[in-house]
Design a protein around this ligand. Structure first.
Ligand code: MLT
Length: 259
């Protein structure tokens, strides 16, 4: 495991392959293993770097974060790894982070890839949902959050065909410390909207969504594409909210075609 120290937290990451850099950011409450299959596929032609956000996977939480401070951390991460321009992909919460990154550091990007994510801010009802989930993790721990979310993460087909993936995913989610979960929920609740950013972006944009994603469904991916008509959209069959985990070959193929 490699790591760099950024603003009081250790950011763990993996890198493989050589070529143009591609940085991969996971969602909530997950870690960089979400991208393992995609990273292996892309490593034959790219320098692929997958990172654990603070408090997730092998990274330490440090003083806490907002979505914007994660974007600032990612810019520092890029500088420490001497990445001048890189392709940046983020899934769901990772998508919020890379949107915030693009709004401030677009000159560091060669392209942007939004996966199973959205660009709207939380509405009042969704904010209330975050507060309820914060209460749940405080009173009942990470396992209760995993119990609540697990059924919505994967497509019904994946759940039927890959019981081992369901078990591994549960372990990944349960391993995230409650304090990290609470911090991430507050960060997502308080994030900005980035729909208005999309038409202004000059870097190429790819939007990827699992056909059966119920958390950030294809209708929201289509709304992002409408906001940025030059964006490419790839809908991944037999995938839910975690398309890179469920269909790594199809997701890697979509990224490769785009890059
Ligand atoms: C994620 O998958 O990162 C989260 O579910 C996103 C969210 O809750 O908004």
């Amino acid at each position: 495991m490699k790591q760099v120290s950024i603003a009081g937290a250790n950011w763990a990451y993996s890198e493989q392959g050589s070529g143009k850099p591609v940085v991969l950011v996971h969602g909530f409450p997950l870690d960089r293993r979400l991208w393992s299959g995609v990273a292996s596929e892309l490593a034959s032609t790219y320098h692929v770097i997958s990172v654990d956000l603070p408090g997730f996977g092998q990274s330490t939480l440090g003083p806490g974060f907002t979505i914007q401070s994660l974007a600032d951390g990612l810019a520092e991460f890029g500088r420490q790894l001497h990445l001048t321009k890189f392709a940046l992909a983020g899934l769901s919460m990772g998508g919020y982070v890379v949107e915030a990154f693009a709004s401030k550091y677009e000159s560091m990007l060669s392209s942007l890839i939004l996966v199973d994510t959205k660009a709207e801010a939380d509405n009042p009802q969704q904010k209330q949902g975050r507060d309820k989930m914060i209460e749940l993790v405080r009173t009942s721990g990470s396992k209760a959050v995993a119990d609540d979310m697990l059924g919505k993460m994967l497509s019904p087909e994946t759940i039927r065909q890959s019981p081992q993936m369901v078990r591994d995913l549960r372990m990944m989610m349960e391993a995230v410390p409650p304090k990290t979960i609470e911090t991430a929920l507050a960060a997502m609740r308080d994030r900005n909207e980035y729909l208005s950013l999309l038409p202004k972006l000059t870097v190429p944009l790819l939007i990827i969504v699992g056909q059966d994603d119920v958390i950030a469904p294809p209708t929201l991916a289509q709304a992002m594409q409408q906001a940025a008509p030059k964006a490419k959209l790839a809908i991944i069959p037999t995938a839910g909210h975690l398309a890179p985990l469920e269909q790594p070959k199809s997701v890697a193929a979509a990224i490769r075609d785009f890059l």
